[in-house]
Structures are given as C-alpha cells and as structure tokens.
Design a protein around this ligand. Structure first.
Ligand code: MN
Length: 717
C-alpha cells in the first residue's frame, strides 16, 4: 500500500497539479486556494494545524488519481459553505457552475454529521448513495475528505473516533471498493481498523513486524528469480513486492484463517506491456513453480464487476514457501488502483466518468434499481447494505458472463439479477452441471444455469423466503401485487359499469367528461386504472363517486336551470283580492300554501300584520275560524303569482332538465328547484310563477307525462 503523503504548503500541491492539468486551468486552482485560505484564515483544526491544511491535503490526495481541475477546486473549497458562510451563489459566480455543484454536493453530505441517532445516520448514508447518482466526483471528493480526516482522527474523542471509523467501514470503503479505487480504499480501511478495533490492529501490526525482515528477504529473492526467467524469454517487465494491508489480514483472520496460513503474506506483482505477455509470464512461472490448486484466477478474461483485471496465482517458491503472484499490464494496474477515476476525461468534465460508472459498474445499476423500488430511507439503506455493499461473490452464466451477488445469494437471486423475466419463469437451477434446490447457497465461481418455462405460473410465494437479496424479494412481491392489481382492475371496472347502469347513468359520458378528472383529483389518483383498482379493492364505492359527482358540482341540469329560471319577485296587488267588508287594509299572500288566481281563498286576520290570504284547503288555517273572513280573486288578473309544486319520480335518472323543458310553450316560469333524493325516488320541490290555476294544471299535466314521474301536487309547507 502506497500511502499518499501529507503536505503542508500550496507549492507542494501546485507542483503536483501542473504535471497533468492544462496550464490555462492552473490559475483557477490558485484562485480557489487563495479564496479558501482567506476564508479559513485564523481557524485551527482540532489537531492544532491551520484549517487550510485540511482542504489542501484533500486536494492533494485527489491528484493521486489525476482528478480534473473542477474537482481539485471543489476539494479546496469543500468546507467554505459549511464553515465560512460563503453562499452557493458566490462560488458559482467566482468558480463556475460545475465547481459549485460539486461543493454543494459535498456540503449536503457533510451537513448531517455523525450522530448516534440511527435515523440521522441512515439519512446521511442515503445522501452519500444519492450523491453517486448526481455526480460521482462528489463522492470522490468525499472519500478524499474522509481519508484526510481519518489521518487526524486521534484529535477527536475516542467514542466519536470509533463511530467515525465504523461509518467509514460500513459505507465509504465499500463504495471506494465498488468504484475500484483500491489505493484510497486500502488506506481508509487500515485507518478505520486502527480506531475501530485498536487491539486487533496493533496485534496484526506486531506480528507483521516480527516477520518483516524474513518476509522481505524471501520476496526479494523470489523477485530476482522470476525476473530472470522472464528475461530469458525476453518479456519486458517490472516486479514489485507487495505489502499486504493490515485490514485484508484482519479479514482473513476473521474468516477463521490462522496468521501463518495466509498465503499472500508473501506477495509480488508483475507488470508487463500486453495481455499476451500476462499469459506467457504466467505459463513460465507455472512451469518453474508448482501452482497451488484452486488458487488460479483469470480476472483478465473475466473482469471483476468493478472493472478489475489481473491474473492471480499462488505458487510454491523459494524454500517451498507459497507466494501469491499477480500479473497485469500497466493499463490494468491503473484501473486496479484508481478504478473509476481511470476514466477521467479532461475535455468533458465528469460526464465521461459518470457514464463509465453507470454503464460499467454493476453496483451502480443495483443501487439505481433499489432507488426506484424503495422509498423509506431505512429500508433503502438496508437494501443497499445487504445487496450492494456487503461481501460479494462472483458467479458465472454458462456463457461466462460474470454476475456479482452478495454472499448468501441463491439461484433465485441470480435469476432476478440477470433479468426479472428469467426469475418470473424459472422452473429450476443447475449449478456446475448439478441440479440444485432453489435455496442452494451459491459459492464463488459457481456456473449457474437457470431453466425457464415461459408457460410457468410465475414465481412461488415461498421464494420470497429463499431469496437473499432485497432486489429479488421485491421483484417477486411485485409479481404478486401486479396479479392482485389486474384482478382489482377487472373487478373495479365491472362494478362501476353495473352500478352506473343500475342508476341509469352513462359511464361513457362520465369517462369522457371533466368529471373523471375531478374524481381522480378528489381521491388522489393518477389514472383511470388507479380508479378501477381502488373500486375493485373496495377502497372506494361507486355510490361515493356518484354522490361526489352529483352533490358537489353544478350539473348540466343546473346550468340549464340557471338559464331558464328568472328572478321575478311577485307582489300582491291589493286590487287583485277583495276581502269582505274591508277596504283599506294590507293584504299578504300566505307563504305556506301560496294561492294563485283560480284558487279558493280565505282571509286570516293577523295581529298587526293585516290580512293573510290562504288557500281554503291550507291546513295551517283550519283551526282559526273565528278570525277568518271570506276573500275572493278579482276577475282578469294579468299577473304571475308565486306558488310551489312537488314532483316525485322514480330514482332512475335525474329529470331536472325534462321538468324545465316543460316550461317551453307554457307561461309558467320556474324560479327554483330543490332536488332531494332517497333510495327509491327523487323529490323535486319547485317554486314557480304562474298566472292562474288553469295554467298551472296544464303545466303539472305536462310533467306527469315524464315517464318516471309518479306524483305531482301543489306544495303546502
Ligand atoms: Mn472536510
């Protein structure tokens, strides 16, 4: 592991960036440094250093992966929004949109600093993951930021240091690994282990130190031998000894290995020019040293999911000691060390790298799929941790395509990872030419063949338990909710058709009108299908919908009415009615029975309010004989009086329009219609103006002709 050194001055950074960044972009980097220097001026870190040393080193770490100028500027500026109250606008104005986006991204991730509160942690993790989808450079800056913070972790209290180390191991190193950035990942892992489990860490360091001299002399001798073999065959090469990281040893010890059983403690790496040279070198090495069985891996023909390519073998070398040898080209080595960052393009900023990540890294696609499926932060993070960031195995399709799956996966997970259609039609699985049960736990290098039958009835619900990944579980659940959905859709539509028919309403009219939109809005639905599904699932009844439609809105009928109903206020002319024996007194028409010319009437003497005129049949006056005096209509009254009728109709369809249309060719004017409904009938309470009883009777007869009407009568309140 080559540790990227710490620096103290801007000159050291500048010397590095000018080796690969175009000259015209260097002044922007210097401006960013000056801006950060000025804003952090006078502030010290907990380690006692000037604050500016931190962004300076974050930028320096990024030069090790040849980060572009926007990323270097963003690294220098990454803490100024959070710590110095600089605004996004100011950064955009001074350094451009691209730099601002990156600084904003890092600020967003950092804003939720580590708390013991697990929900905050989950939200924080999710932000890191989502940051990947926005611009992978945001995460790359974040990784460098964390790396420098981890180097000075001794300055913060032990429990916080531990928590930070754990977070790094939980989420940041797995991401660095998936991005293929093994150099940064490896240093982060060792630093994390040192604070997370100091006893274990120092125990391993001590053991390594004890054996260091002996190991180094063995490796040097082996390097010399291998080199001379390759030289004999004119293969241009370089060989380096390879120090094993403390964390990788910890991992192997954790898997139950003993310290002296870890074969790659003696390790070397051979660099050659071409792919062909890799295989030739391998052949030569194997012909001289016996290879250890099952330790050979060809990651050139079958690259790892993070694009890693190399040949791996373990051979019995000097004094029979096992040596792990990796053979790769320089180009492969660049990808192995820098990963996604080896795709840095200076012409197109982060875009090329973003594309490379989206297309080449399986883990990114998995995360994006989960982003679409999972909404709750905690479930999403569980799924990401479980499916994507955990230890994984590589298995193969019969054609040799590599599929990366989390350790613990079954053929069901494999099938759904390849394609959900494969999963849905799976009928069996064959692993390494053997039929296996579907809950078989896949192992590294298994070759998996999925048998499908397109006539299968779909996945079994039992598979949800057998599957390991959230991805596969979700796909199976989706399959079932789709079936339920289809059923509800069908039932919902049928129910609605029936109910509309029963109420003599036109479903097609409803579906074509704005009413549909109103109903969807009212019940928060997007499509007609959602609406049918809600009806089918019983979440909504047709009656609810019909009531909503008829109660709340101005119906077509009401619009017609508003045009036909006029507001004419009738006045009683004293001259129209003669009351026996009385001349100069006020005469009112009673509001309860509202008599009109032609009605038999009587007068009722009210205290202080003159004489009220009622119809003779009016139940409200029958008991008041002593106050009653005879009254009559005059002849030839040419004036409309207000009165009321009640119309009862079967509850088949709303006949408002029909009623109103009967006023055409009649002298009756409708003033108001009040519609009431019960289960069996509609009741229309109509206020109208008419000249006399004959005219009214004609009108009432017309209404009786409407088919569903079964009763029309004068209304007495
Ligand atoms: Mn920072």
């Amino acid at each position: 592991m080559t540790k990227i050194k710490d620096i103290q001055t801007y000159d050291e950074l500048y010397d590095q960036v000018k080796t690969y960044i175009p000259e015209d972009e260097l002044k922007d980097i210097s401006r960013a440094y000056a801006f950060a220097y000025e804003h952090h001026f006078g502030v010290k870190r907990k380690s006692g250093e000037d604050y500016i040393v931190h962004p300076l080193n974050v930028a320096y770490i990024l030069t090790s992966i040849n980060a572009d100028s926007a990323t270097i500027e963003a690294a220098l500026l990454h803490d100024v929004i959070e710590d110095c109250n600089v605004t996004e606008e100011e950064i955009e104005e001074k350094f451009g949109h691209e730099v601002m986006i990156l600084v904003r991204g890092v600020t967003k991730i950092n804003r939720l600093t580590f708390k013991n509160d697990s929900e905050a942690t989950i939200v924080n993790h999710r932000k890191i993951i989502v940051g990947l989808s926005e611009d992978v450079r945001v995460i790359i800056v974040k990784l460098a930021d964390r790396l420098h913070n981890m180097r000075t972790l001794w300055a913060i209290p032990e429990d916080r240091a531990k928590a930070k180390a754990k977070e790094t191991l939980d989420i940041l190193t797995p991401i660095a690994h998936r991005l293929g950035m093994s150099e940064i990942k490896s240093e982060l892992e060792d630093l994390s282990l040192r604070y997370y489990k100091p006893n274990v860490y120092f125990d391993i360091v001590e053991k390594l130190n004890k054996t260091k001299v002996e190991r180094e002399s063995l490796v040097t001798e082996m390097m010399r031998e291998v080199s001379s073999i390759l030289n004999e065959h004119n293969i241009k090469h370089e060989i380096k000894g390879r120090a094993k990281s403390v964390y990788s040893i910890y991992n192997k010890l954790n898997k139950g290995k003993k310290f002296n059983e870890i074969y790659d403690l003696l390790a070397l790496r051979v660099f050659v020019d071409t792919k062909e040279d890799c295989y030739q070198a391998l052949g030569l090495i194997h012909s001289k040293y016996k290879p250890m069985p099952k330790r050979f891996k060809d990651y050139i023909a079958m690259p790892k999911a993070n694009m890693y390519q190399s040949l791996h073998t373990t051979v019995f070398g000097i004094n029979g000691n096992p040596f792990e040898i990796q053979i790769r080209t320089y180009e492969m080595d660049l990808v192995a060390e820098k990963g996604i960052a080896s795709h840095w393009s200076y012409k197109e900023g982060g875009k090329v790298m973003q594309n490379a990540m989206e297309q080449k890294l399986q883990f990114f696609r998995s995360i994006m799929e989960l982003t679409e499926e999972e909404n709750k932060s905690s479930e999403f993070m569980n799924a990401v941790m479980n499916d994507v960031l955990k230890d994984s195995i590589y298995v193969y399709t019969p054609k040799g395509d590599v599929i990366e799956l989390p350790l613990g996966s079954t053929p069901i997970d494999f099938a759904y990872r390849v394609h959900s259609k494969i999963g849905d039609t799976m009928v069996g699985a064959i692993v390494n030419d053997q039929i296996v049960p579907l809950d078989y736990k896949l192992k590294e290098n298994d070759i998996v063949k999925i048998n499908t039958n397109k006539n299968s009835n779909g996945p079994s619900k039992e598979w949800i338990k057998m599957a390991f990944t959230t991805h596969a579980k979700n796909k199976i659940k989706n399959f079932y909710s789709k079936i339920d959905k289809n059923e509800n859709l069908k039932n919902g539509e049928e129910t609605l058709v029936k109910e509309f028919r029963r109420k003599k309403l036109s479903l097609s009219t409803f579906l074509e009108s704005e009413d549909l939109e109103r109903v969807l809005n009212e019940y928060n639905m997007n499509t007609l299908d959602d609406f049918y599904i809600a009806i089918g699932a019983g979440q909504l009844t047709p009656t609810q919908v019909i009531n909503f439609l008829t109660v709340d809105k101005p119906t077509k009928e009401e619009i017609v009415l508003s045009r036909n109903i006029r507001n004419a206020k009738p006045t009683v002319s004293k001259n129209d009615i003669s009351v026996e024996g009385i001349d100069e007194i006020k005469v009112n028409i009673a509001g309860c029975c509202r008599p009109i010319p032609g009605d038999e009437i009587i007068g009722y003497i009210s205290k202080g309010y003159g004489i009220n005129i009622h119809r003779m049949h009016c139940p409200n006056v029958s008991d008041l004989e002593e106050r009653i005096i005879p009254a009559t209509w005059q002849e030839n009254i040419d004036k409309r009086y207000e009165t009321g009728i009640l119309v009862r109709a079967l509850r088949e369809k709303n006949i408002l329009v029909d009623i109103v249309s009967k006023t055409v060719g009649s002298n009756v004017i409708i003033q108001n219609i009040n519609t009431m409904e019960s289960n069996e009938e509609y009741l229309y309470e109509i206020t109208l103006l008419t000249h006399n009883v004959d005219e009214l009777k004609k009108f009432m007869n017309e209404i009786r002709k409407i088919s569903s009407v079964f009763d029309v009568e004068r209304n007495i309140k």
